[in-house]
Design a protein around this ligand. Structure first.
Ligand SMILES: [Zn+2]
Length: 447
């Protein structure tokens, strides 16, 4: 793959000391970072196969989208006026048309989502859905890094639960890609509402055996806890801890209304994290807002996610940092209770921690995978500042991302995809979108 030097950029390392170099460099070879520092320490250009002059750019670790459902781009703009975090809104605008989805719809939809993500600086994402095999295949073709949680659906049927667990286990065995970019996980559909206690415990045992995690939705609104309050007199988080579920690596999305006891459950667990999906939460109209400040005080890993783009409606993680910052100020009633530097960490190294990848990605440090982005801050909307993270979070846009590398492979150069032209991906998606919604309409006529 050769060696590459990126130099004369603002470099945000997101290392443990949050080192920032207003004029800095990063070097990588064979997919791994080999050096990073201020320009005074920059090695000679002649030592490298490729050199990029990046003055007027921010160079930083690739962004981590800690929660989405990439196939659901097909539903973008189709659920307006509905709350996707209520059973009713989800059923009406997602579940009913979803019944017309077929496996061949998934590839073109995930390809478009991957293109949007990587073009706006996301190099790693966490997905949870059915059709996990098709998602994994599309991600491999796009070249991004992704945790893909196999959605385990039981529907009150013991035999079906066992069958699903066997299929999910097979997915763990088969899908770990040779280059390590696709990382299979489990995605229990909805604890207690769908997966039984026995099944959940079996999932944790298998996940621990394979060294993977479990990704699920939790505390999306009052109705989420109603079932466990009725059955056990406790919230879902407390009930799941008693069951032993938190002995696994647990990554929970949303968490809009956590009690102090719930926060303590996450803090006590060996590997528990939360994806705060600020935009999706606000658009849903639910009253709760993920208590990020309290979670951080308790030491819980909190990452950022877009959720599906019917709920958001885009994949721009710079926008997601901004909304998370704004909503935290509103919730806490004071200015910037989460600093811009902290928001950048949530979209990078904290996301990596949530997915168990903190030794591999999430910061620019020697030995880590070269998952690196360069953002052009020379254009309109940016100007001189002593605080580069605030410029990025509150003035920036994912649309200014110019170069993207995953494991040292350049996937975006000068805002263009290198593996496959965007126009081709978009054209194939448009055909799939039309076919899919024609099928939905036909099914509605029959019903
Ligand atoms: Zn979700």
């Amino acid at each position: 793959m050769g060696s590459t030097l990126l130099r004369n950029a603002w470099v945000l390392t997101v290392d443990s000391g949050n080192a920032v170099y207003p004029a800095g460099w990063v070097a990588f070879a064979d997919g791994r970072i080999t050096g990073v520092g201020p320009m005074e320490t920059c090695p000679a250009a002649t030592d490298f196969d490729e050199v990029k002059e990046l003055s007027g750019h921010v160079v930083m670790p690739g962004l981590v989208n800690a929660h989405t459902h990439s196939a659901m781009v097909l539903f973008r703009g189709r659920s307006e006026g509905q709350s996707l975090l209520t059973m009713e809104g989800w059923y009406n605008s997602i579940r009913e048309p979803e019944l017309s989805l077929v496996a061949s719809d998934i590839g073109p939809a995930v390809a478009l989502s991957c293109a949007e993500m990587v073009l706006t600086g996301t190099t790693t994402f966490c997905d949870q859905y059915f059709f996990a095999e098709e998602i994994a295949e599309a991600v491999k073709q796009a070249g991004l890094r992704a945790v893909i949680a196999y959605g385990i659906v039981q529907l009150g049927d013991k035999a079906r639960g066992e069958e699903e667990l066997a299929l999910a286990t097979n997915f763990l065995r088969q899908q770990r890609s040779a280059d390590g970019r696709v990382i299979p996980w489990f995605g229990p559909h909805a604890p207690y509402v769908d997966n039984t206690e026995d099944l959940l415990l079996a999932e944790v045992a298998v996940a621990n055996e394979y060294g993977v995690g479990l990704h699920l939705h939790m505390a999306c609104g009052p109705e989420d806890n109603e079932e466990t309050e009725r059955r056990y007199g406790t919230t879902a988080a407390v009930a799941l801890e008693k069951l032993g579920f938190f002995n696994g690596r647990i990554h929970a999305a949303h968490c809009l209304d956590l009690s102090p006891e719930d926060i303590a459950v996450f803090a006590r667990a060996p590997h528990a994290s939360i994806s705060h999906n600020a935009t999706a939460g606000l658009r849903s109209g639910r009253e709760g807002i993920c208590p990020v400040v309290d979670l951080k005080v308790a030491g819980v890993t909190v990452a950022l996610g877009t959720d599906n783009v019917a709920a958001n409606n885009g994949y721009d993680m710079i926008n997601e940092m901004r909304v998370a910052g704004l909503v935290a100020s509103h919730r806490e009633g004071r200015a910037q209770p989460i600093s811009s530097a902290e928001l950048v960490r949530m979209a990078t190294i904290e996301g990596a921690k949530a997915l168990g990848l903190e030794n591999e990605i999430g910061s620019l440090e020697i030995g880590k995978s070269a998952d690196i982005i360069a953002i052009d801050i020379s254009g309109a909307g940016y100007s001189e500042t002593p605080d580069i993270e605030t410029l990025l979070v509150y003035s920036g846009s994912g649309r200014d991302v110019r170069h993207v590398f995953v494991a040292g492979e350049q996937l975006v150069a000068d805002r263009q995809l290198l593996r496959r032209p965007f126009s081709e991906i978009r054209a194939e998606y448009s055909n799939t979108y039309k076919d899919f919604w024609a099928r939905v309409e036909a099914a509605r006529k029959v019903a």
